[in-house]
Design a protein around this ligand. Structure first.
Ligand code: GLU
Length: 297
């Protein structure tokens, strides 16, 4: 099998040190396998993506010495390589999942869900009520809109807009996979994560659906990304399975933490690649402590 990897930055801010190291790992793994690296611009969310950040991220990646063979700037057999231009692919996936009965419409607002998760337990709540938070600490969906198991697929929707859509997870089932960096992983559906969104009411496809559609369409064989997405891999495995698609391999990179153990994402500006460049740092210094380099070279 010919190795096809990808780097998939979102143009919602400046790339920081954590991104640099994850993307450099992806680059090295593609080189080591003699494969192809795809750059995909994950500008899925029109409210958060900025053209200026998309241009900056390509420039920062090049400055780091990362090279890709397919992408928005160079084209390739699976163009377009920007998620904002791939809506038809996502709609086709939504239609398949929806008509096969995997999805249901949900009218709960994010604010309402946060309130339910944080409210003190009702005395009347059954002790078996599932966890209130997912393994990554986001509120667990309390199944408010989930229809009964034997309900027919929702009728009357020929397009997803106007309501949120969720994927119904198989409660109690353990989703297992072998991660190339962290080894065996196991997450239990309905306990570690609940019914997750695949399409937003403002008509934006959700990350889980878009990334699975793209990784499949672009024939990606290994997904290299940050360890913050380990739990999402379990969700995505359910989507692959529902769609009857082969799974890629996964390699999740350790997150870069600051001296307080906080993720760098929260300190965007100080450790953005831009800021490090402005301080006169060279690419080798930015990547200096890269676990990727230690492990792979
Ligand atoms: N676009 C996502 C991010 O920038 C990465 C998604 C992925 O690699 O699956 O965090």
């Amino acid at each position: 099998m010919i190795y096809r990897g990808r780097i998939a930055p979102s143009p919602t801010g400046l790339l920081h040190l954590g991104h640099a190291r994850t993307f450099y790992t992806a680059y090295l793994r593609a080189i080591r396998a003699g494969g192809t690296l795809v750059l995909r611009n994950e500008d899925l969310d029109p409210h958060r993506s900025r053209l200026g950040f998309a241009a900056a991220m390509l420039e920062d990646l090049r400055w780091l010495g990362i090279r890709w063979q397919e992408g928005p700037d160079v084209g390739g057999p699976f163009a377009p390589y920007a998620q904002s231009l791939r809506r038809e692919h996502y709609l086709a996936v939504w239609r398949r999942l929806s008509s096969a009965g995997y999805l249901y419409p949900c009218t709960c607002s994010r604010r309402e869900l946060a309130r339910i998760a944080e409210a003190p337990h009702e005395a009347s709540a059954p002790p078996s009520a599932s966890a209130r938070f997912e393994a990554d600490e986001t509120p667990m969906y309390p199944k408010t809109c989930r229809p009964a198991a034997d309900s027919p697929p929702p009728a009357g929707y020929d397009a997803p807009a106007g309501v949120n859509w969720r994927f119904r997870v198989p409660d109690g089932e353990a989703i297992e996979f072998a991660d190339g960096r962290f080894g065996p992983q196991r997450f239990v559906a309905g306990k570690d994560f609940g019914d997750f969104p695949v399409w937003r009411r403002d008509d934006v496809p959700a990350y889980q659906l878009a990334v699975v559609a793209d990784d499949h369409d672009m024939q990606i064989t290994e997904v290299v990304r940050g360890a913050d997405l380990l739990l999402s891999t379990a969700r995505q495995i359910l989507l692959y399975r529902a769609l009857g698609w082969n799974l890629p391999a996964w390699y999740h990179c350790p997150l870069v933490l600051d001296e307080h153990g906080e993720r760098l994402a929260k300190r965007y500006d100080a450790l953005s690649i831009r800021a490090l460049r402005a301080q006169g740092k060279r690419p080798a210094e930015v990547l200096g402590e890269s676990p990727a380099k230690r492990e792979l070279l």
